[in-house]
Design a protein around this ligand. Structure first.
Ligand code: HEM
Ligand code: HEM
Length: 196
C-alpha cells in the first residue's frame, strides 16, 4: 500500500502546515485588498492595522512551526527518490520557510520605522521603537513586497510538484502531509495499473 510506503509527518506538523497555508492565503488576499483602499482615509488605517495584527499572530504560528520542524525530523523520502528531487525538495522547503519568516518580520520592521507603529487589532497602540525613517521604511516595505511575490511563486511551484507526484508519478506523496490516513480522493497506488 502507498500509505505504508510513505511514512507521514507528525500530526502537529500536518495541522500547522494546513492551518498556516490557509491563514497565509487569507493574509495574502487581505494584503492585496489593502491596495484598493485610498491612502489617508480612516478605513485604510483601520484595515492596515487589522492586517498588521493578524500578520503578527500568523508570524508567531510560523515561529512555532519552525521550532517544531527543527526539533522533529521529517519522515524519510523513499529510497528510490532521485538525488536531484531530494535537493529540489530541500531547497524549496528552506526557501518557503525563509519567505514565511521574511513576510511578517519585514512588515513588523517597516511598521516600526514609521510614525504609525501598530494598533494591535485597533485597540492597543504599540508605539514604534524605531525612528520615522523613510529609507528604512522603503527597504522593509520593499522586502515585504518581494517576499510576498516570491512566496506566491514558490507555493505555485510547490503545488505543481505535488500535482506531478500525484498525477504523473502516482506515488501518493500527498499522503505524507494529508490530515487523515485514508487515500485522498483520486489517489491511485503506484503499483496498480490505471484503467481508462
Ligand atoms: C501557503 C501555502 C503552503 C506553504 C507555505 C507550504 C509549505 C510547505 C513546507 C515548508 C513544507 C515542508 C515541510 C517540512 O519538511 O517541514 C511543505 C510540505 C508539503 N506540502 Fe506544503 N505548503 C503550502 C501549501 C500546500 C498545498 C496547497 C499542498 C497540496 C497540494 C501542499 C502539500 C505539501 C506536501 C504533500 C508536503 C510534503 C512534501 C514532502 O513530503 O516532501 N502544500 N509545505
Ligand atoms: C504573515 C504574513 C503576511 C502576508 C502573507 C502579508 C502579505 C501582504 C501583501 C500581499 C501585501 C500587499 C502587497 C505588498 O505591499 O507587498 C501586504 C501589504 C502590507 N503589509 Fe503585509 N503580510 C503579512 C504580514 C504583515 C505584518 C506582520 C505586517 C506588519 C506588522 C504587515 C504590514 C503590511 C503593510 C503596512 C502593508 C501595506 C504596504 C503598502 O501599501 O505600502 N504585513 N502584505
Amino acid at each position: 500500500m502507498v500509505a505504508a510506503a510513505y511514512p507521514r509527518y507528525t500530526t502537529v506538523a500536518i495541522v500547522l502546515h494546513w492551518l498556516i497555508a490557509l491563514l497565509l492565503l487569507g493574509q495574502f488576499a487581505f494584503g492585496l485588498a489593502l491596495e484598493d483602499i485610498p491612502r489617508g482615509t480612516p478605513a485604510r488605517g483601520y484595515y492596515v492595522n487589522l492586517h498588521k495584527s493578524s500578520g503578527i499572530l500568523i508570524g508567531l504560528l510560523i515561529l512555532l512551526r519552525l521550532g517544531w520542524r527543527l526539533t522533529h525530523r521529517p519522515p524519510p523520502l523513499p529510497e528510490t527518490t532521485p538525488g536531484w528531487q531530494r535537493t529540489a525538495a530541500r531547497i524549496s522547503h528552506i526557501l518557503l520557510y525563509a519567505c514565511m519568516l521574511a513576510l511578517p518580520l519585514s512588515g513588523y520592521l517597516a511598521s516600526n520605522f514609521s510614525r504609525h507603529g501598530i494598533k494591535f487589532f485597533n485597540v492597543v497602540h504599540w508605539m514604534p521603537w524605531g525612528p520615522d525613517d523613510k529609507t528604512w521604511y522603503a527597504i522593509f516595505n520593499g522586502t515585504h513586497h518581494l517576499a510576498a511575490l516570491l512566496l506566491a511563486l514558490l507555493v505555485t511551484v510547490h503545488v505543481l510538484a505535488v500535482a506531478k507526484h500525484m498525477l504523473i508519478d502516482r506515488d501518493g506523496l500527498l499522503l505524507r502531509m494529508w490530515p487523515c490516513r485514508g487515500k485522498p480522493a483520486g489517489q491511485v497506488p503506484a503499483h496498480q495499473p490505471v484503467e481508462n
